[in-house]
Design a protein around this ligand. Structure first.
Ligand code: SAH
Length: 366
């Protein structure tokens, strides 16, 4: 399935829902669910400790639970993700996993270990309806929204691999989560916000990851950015801008035909004001498309003196796209213009290109 240029899909096709899982529920709802299964509510705490603290879904290992209880509580730990393929690079410190969901839908997640942190890049939808022409995920269209637990399970799988010492560098923990895998997180708003809650709630309610370590990346769904600001979770907002002018952004990020550059930036500044978090502006540098010095200047003028950081991403190649990354000298000039305006800017050290696991390359085919 491929999308005609510019077409946007907001509403995911109706499909059978994945089974209910512990990670879909907050602690109060877990206690109720456990009671429904005929067990004492405190079993919810025990089960949560196994899952969120010890990262186990293996009922046999839960020796503090009587056999009969284990059997009943197993209903809350259905298998949601089945690994299909794993690919690694950077001497094993970057690992992409292709997952099959219960209905055959495919998604990918990427673990990236750095000397000082571990970042899990997760998917929030199977496919994506936002149709950005330079992004491989956008080309395939939207299959469906992922459930809260399907999103959380990607992080738990990474955390488990780290805890078990499967990733070179010794046992470790997930310190950061970025919603930069497949999908537009704010188009699957409720499940994503609930998934963030599971990630940041302290154990055993959740994984206990700092909210500051969580980044939600969006093409710029303005009303949803406003809602997110009111959730009381100081997660970092990343805005995929890619062009400072409406004419070009209309083609690179088709949602711009709904919400213009000025509107989406206003939403970003309001988000920063409310959360006191620096907004990250994502800008993929595409040779001779959006990398001119005058565009750097225009971008600099739009974002200077704001609580902002500009993240330049050398374009990663995607199948069927004629676009390539900017020339090194153009990239340098772009950086210089932004610095001239006093804008904090970095060029992303993009990982995983060798395994089609870098930004915009996740397409999930078997
Ligand atoms: N839908 C959300 C989440 C995906 S994040 C969003 O767009 O923000 C993936 C990031 O990688 C986005 O900033 C996206 O614009 C960027 N990206 C997509 N394709 C890319 C490519 N080919 N090269 C570099 N970055 C790309």
């Amino acid at each position: 399935m491929s999308q005609p240029p510019g077409q946007l899909t907001f509403v995911a096709p109706r499909r059978a829902k994945p089974a209910r899982h512990l990670a879909d529920l907050n602690m109060a709802a877990r206690r109720a669910a456990v009671a429904e299964l005929g067990e004492k509510p405190f079993r919810a705490d025990q089960l949560s400790r196994h899952y969120f603290s010890h990262l186990t879904s293996d009922l046999e290992a839960m020796t503090d639970l009587p056999a009969a209880a284990r059997e009943r509580l197993g209903a809350l730990l259905p298998t949601l993700l089945t690994p299909v393929r794993e690919m690694t690079t950077d001497a094993g410190t970057t690992r992409k996993t292709l997952w099959r969901l219960f209905d055959g839908a495919l998604v990918e997640s990427v673990l990236m270990r750095y000397p000082d942190r571990v970042t899990m890049c997760v998917s929030s939808q199977a496919g994506c309806g936002m149709n950005c022409p330079f992004c491989a995920t956008g080309q395939a269209g939207l299959t469906r929204n992922m459930s809260t637990a399907e999103i959380v399970e990607q992080v738990v799988a990474g955390a488990r691999a780290l805890a078990q010492g499967q990733i070179p560098g010794g046992p470790g923990r997930v310190s950061n989560v970025v919603f930069m895998g497949m999908g537009e997180p704010l188009a699957n708003y409720k499940q994503v916000v609930e998934a963030v809650r599971r990630m940041v709630e302290p154990a055993p309610d959740g994984l206990g990851i700092s909210a500051r370590g969580v980044t939600v990346s969006t093409v710029g769904l303005v009303p949803a950015i406003g809602k997110l600001a009111d959730e009381g979770m100081p997660v970092t907002l990343a805005l995929s801008l890619h062009a400072p002018d409406d004419e070009l952004r209309d083609t690179l990020v088709p949602i711009n035909t709904r919400w213009k550059v000025a509107e989406v930036l206003d939403a970003a500044w309001a988000y920063a004001a409310k959360t006191k978090r620096r907004v990250s502006i994502e800008y993929a540098l595409i040779k001779d498309i959006n990398d001119q010095e005058w565009r750097a200047d225009l971008l600099g003028k739009l974002v200077r003196n704001k609580l902002v950081h500009v993240n330049l991403i050398p374009l990663n190649p995607t199948p069927g796209s004629k676009w390539t990354a900017s020339r090194p000298e153009d990239e340098r000039a772009f950086v210089r213009r932004l610095e001239f305006h006093g804008v904090p800017v970095t060029v992303r050290d993009t990982r995983g290109r060798e395994i089609d696991g870098a930004c915009g390359q996740l397409a999930a085919a078997e």
